[in-house]
Design a protein around this ligand. Structure first.
Ligand SMILES: [Zn+2]
Ligand SMILES: [Zn+2]
Length: 435
């Protein structure tokens, strides 16, 4: 691109960014109604039928090509394409999550994630319709169910939903604005102990106590903590602890989440945790089953180019990005967007919603349904749409984002090379291993 062309394109980009913001503002009432509809009907992973319906209708009514039940019952795909030209093609993705948490409702604010994805897509499309874009643009909004449990994005990756995307965006509610927080690899394990019931007072020696196994397992993990790396996390609950004090429990069940910054560390942690679980079975004479889910969540790969562009746009909109080391360097959580970043360059910024409440609490449910969250949600959507426009109008930025992505992927592959997950292999993928 010659300098003259560069100069003449910059006002066009600015105009497009303004147009995207204006349209998001114009649609604010409908967008708020959309996220309120999802918030009022909290649905668990893979059961988000109302959210699926609301979002599919939202896009159909705005002349997007909508494929409901896209590979999954509660996933959808909404697609728009600019007039075909000879210009190079660029495919931009926005992701909407919309699953809730048991008992707490939308305590992670996924109704706002859906709203951000929808708003950013509307803004971007309207901006591109107002000019002759420098590329042949495709926009896809993917409704990705089951982030809190299961990993709908992993299902969609396997189905090829991300195959021809060039760049992908979403944003997650939090306590601060941050372009990147370290989301780590995770997988959960369900531990089942099988003992033998007996009268606990009359002939306890005839029983095999599965609750003892559960307690030992919990304590073994607690002892392991001293030897865990500071970046590892293990947390669990006892889901079934027996029925009645005078019956030796014949069955107990625990669920643990294991988290580490890389798949390599996660394999190491899983092996150590599995030893804790099986040792408890040996000590009590129980049989144990370790059941692993079909999907692991990978760590999120950072993309500095996209993050920088997002920050610049966000600052123009008045965002104040946190520089608190504790927030920026502390382990955040885990998301199936991590797996997406191994397929396509993308970002998953976090955004403030006008409240100091913490995710996964009842207070956060209230905050994510509040009127106040709307300003911050729409501001985030605007910044994502503006960042997508930067990518579209600036080929160097796209190249740089691709370069960042490849570099981070190569580093990860180096870290994870030769990793074998012995604990998982013994269970042959998704399923249970008996020890
Ligand atoms: Zn969550
Ligand atoms: Zn979440």
């Amino acid at each position: 691109m010659g300098p003259d062309k560069g100069r003449s394109e910059m006002p066009l980009l600015k105009q497009c960014k303004q147009r995207a913001s204006d349209v998001i503002e114009q649609e604010s009432g409908h967008l708020h109604a959309l996220s309120q509809g999802i918030w009022r009907t909290p649905e668990l992973a893979y059961q988000e039928h109302t959210a699926h319906q609301l979002l599919s209708s939202f896009f159909s009514s705005r002349a997007w090509q909508v494929q409901p039940h896209y590979h999954l019952d509660t996933a959808f795909r909404a697609h728009w394409t600019s007039e075909p030209t000879d210009c190079p093609r660029l495919h931009v993705g926005f992701l909407c999550e919309y699953d809730a948490l048991p008992e707490l409702g939308h305590a992670c604010g996924h109704n706002l994630i859906a709203e951000v994805g929808a708003a950013a897509a509307l803004g971007l499309r309207a901006a591109l319709e107002s000019v002759q874009p420098p590329r042949h643009i495709q926009i896809t909004v993917l409704g990705t169910p089951a982030e809190e449990d299961g990993g709908g994005k992993v299902d969609l990756i396997k189905a090829g939903a991300f195959q021809d995307m060039d760049v992908v965006f979403m944003a997650h509610p939090a306590q601060d604005d941050a372009a990147f927080l370290p989301d780590v690899a995770v997988h959960d394990v369900t531990v089942k102990y099988y003992g033998k019931a007996s009268h606990a007072a009359a002939y306890p020696w005839e029983g095999i106590n599965a609750l003892d196994a559960a307690i030992l397992a919990y304590n073994n993990i607690s002892v392991l903590r001293q030897q865990m790396k500071p970046s590892w996390r293990v947390h669990g609950v006892i889901k079934n602890g027996g029925v009645k004090p005078n019956i030796i429990p014949s069955y107990t069940e625990l669920e643990f989440y294991l988290r580490a910054p890389s798949r390599k560390d996660l394999a190491e942690l899983q092996e150590k945790a599995s030893a804790c679980f099986t040792a408890a079975a040996t000590a009590t004479g129980c049989k144990v089953e370790l059941c692993f889910p079909s999907h692991d969540y990978y760590n999120v790969l950072p993309n500095n180019t996209l993050a920088k562009a997002y920050i610049e746009n966000g600052k123009q909109l008045g965002m104040q990005f946190t520089n608190d080391d504790l927030v920026l360097n502390a382990l955040s959580g885990s998301t199936d967007f991590g797996n997406v970043t191994f397929e396509v360059p993308g970002i998953h910024p976090y955004f403030y919603i006008g409240s100091d409440a913490l995710n996964h609490t009842a207070e956060y449910t209230t905050a994510s349904g509040s009127e106040e969250a709307q300003f911050y949600t729409l501001r985030t959507a605007k910044s994502l749409a503006m960042t997508a426009l930067d990518v579209i109008f600036n080929p160097e930025l796209l190249e740089s984002a691709r370069h960042d992505w490849k570099m981070m992927k190569d580093i990860e592959e180096e870290i994870n090379s030769g990793v074998t997950n012995k604990a998982r292999e013994s269970s042959s993928g998704a399923g249970c291993a008996s020890c």
